[in-house]
Write a protein that binds this ligand. Structure first.
Ligand SMILES: C[S@@+](CC[C@H](N)C(=O)[O-])C[C@H]1O[C@@H](n2cnc3c(N)ncnc32)[C@H](O)[C@@H]1O
Length: 303
């Protein structure tokens, strides 16, 4: 079992920080196993769990560019500190005008440091692009956002990533999931966290039934062990794909509380599911299949 869950430098909708331990408890292990993560997002799952060899990918080029820049040492924890201190001071005086200046600059030049700045100062830490693939999230209205302590927190997240990357053979690629799934062999493990169906978030993050079927077919014909993160049910609805398309899979669930805003009445429970093509009871460290884990997690992305 892992002692501590490391938080990556990027925040993203649907970040799986809250279920890293559940994934750990149900994933297979093998000395020559390669970890494949075709929907990496922030990369929190692999960052905490991937073995020495891993392939991370995502269709969003900006996340991949940031991680590759850190891997190639074009961006270091030192340059991140310098950049955030400098731009943070300008945000403090320029407020929204400076935020929108950086947003325009990012949409023109796609600099990963600008992406990091926007990700940490935009409204609710969201990543969203319009149909022209331009980042369009408004300002979070916190001119004091990049306080000394907050910059240090981000710098430490980058430092941790640097240290993990130093001892690993990890690849980051920008591509559709099919390409990554096709690389996996029977000794490998594929962890998939696709966007949830019907929850259109942005132009890198749309998902429909056809995509879900394609993913199912690609995974089942890969020969690899796989685990898919999805939602199982809420108080109001049930995810029908779990019992139809994915019916051959083993399932473990965990209740997850989303806090939308500050009010108690906006606390919604969703039961998350991990679907696997192997019996986790035969390999799991300590959670039996089907057991429900109830843990409250905050959905506040902007920390
Ligand atoms: C729910 S998020 C993943 C979150 C991630 N597990 C985390 O904890 O941060 C889904 C990701 O899938 C990516 N994505 C959407 N469609 C894709 C596709 N067809 N191929 C590859 N990646 C895709 C999105 O850009 C997004 O980063």
């Amino acid at each position: 079992m892992i002692d501590r869950v490391f938080v990556p430098p990027v925040k993203i909708q649907g970040i799986k920080t809250g279920i890293v331990r559940l994934i750990a408890a149900n994933m297979p292990h093998g000395s020559d196993m390669v970890w494949y993560e075709p929907f990496m997002g922030s990369g929190v799952a692999g960052l905490n769990l991937a073995p020495r060899r891993a392939v991370f990918s995502d269709i969003n080029p900006h996340v991949i560019r940031l991680y590759n820049s850190i891997k190639e040492k074009k961006i270091t924890s030192r340059t991140v500190r310098e950049f955030l201190e400098y731009e943070g001071a300008r945000l403090k005086t320029g407020d929204d005008e400076h935020y929108y200046f950086i947003r325009d600059r990012f949409n023109e030049k796609h600099d990963p440091l600008d992406f990091l700045f926007l990700n940490r100062s935009c409204f609710n830490g969201m990543i969203r692009f319009n149909r022209d693939y331009r980042f369009n999230v408004p300002y979070g209205h916190k001119p004091e956002r990049f306080s000394k302590a907050y910059v240090t927190k981000i710098v430490n997240q980058v430092k941790h990533l640097e240290s993990v990357l130093d001892g690993s053979d990890w690849e980051f690629a920008c591509c559709p999931f099919e390409k990554t799934v096709a690389m996996a062999g029977e000794n490998d493990f594929i962890y998939c966290d696709p966007p949830y169906i019907g929850r259109h978030v942005d132009y890198y993050d749309s998902w429909d039934e056809m995509q879900e079927k394609k993913l199912h077919d690609a995974l089942t014909s890969s020969g690899a062990k796989f685990m898919v993160s999805t939602w199982d049910h809420s108080r109001f609805r049930k995810n029908d794909y779990v019992d139809t398309l994915w019916k051959g899979c083993f399932k473990v669930t965990k209740e997850h509380f989303y806090h939308v805003g500050a009010k108690e009445k906006n606390r919604n429970a969703v039961t998350e599911a991990l679907l696997m093509n192997y019996d986790p009871g035969k390999i799991a460290e300590n959670i039996a299949p089907g057991r429900e884990d109830k843990v409250a997690c905050s959905e506040e992305l902007n920390r």
